[in-house]
Design a protein around this ligand. Sequence first.
Ligand code: ZN
Ligand code: ZN
Length: 167
Amino acid sequence: MNSFWKKCGVCKKEIGFQRAYQKCSISSCKKHAFCSVDCWAVHDSVMGHKSAYAEEERSPSAAEFQSKQESSSSQQRPRRRIVVNSPTENSSSPSHSSKGDLPSETLIVVSKLKNYVKAKSGMNTSGDVPDELSNFVRAIVNRAVDEAHKEGRKTLMARDFKNIEIN
Ligand SMILES: [Zn+2]
Ligand SMILES: [Zn+2]
């Protein structure tokens, strides 16, 4: 395990765990840490930011840092992304699976969804959630149909959903 968290983006001095450090307010610079406002000011002049400022943050503890490293490395296995197209994009994109107008009704049992959300979180469910979720279901089913298609099957099976992950 590292004895320090990160090195300063300018002077390369080591920044320890649970220390105050400076972070650039520009979002594309947020991965850099600076040991002091002076070092951030050097970065600012090098980058030529227009209206940036230094934000004081606290570095994580060694344990937090370690667990974050582990979770980010476990996310490196390949994942399939579910892309939910809007209905207008769907109708213009040629797909072997769409024959004519696809039904776009709600695929979710609204009362059961609301019960689940309530039980899980105590939250209410807004009326536009079931339609949005139905778009997800359709997107996932489209992927699974492609899987079944590849195997030359005419029946969609549970295993077609196995490799589909939502992130
Ligand atoms: Zn520095
Ligand atoms: Zn910056």
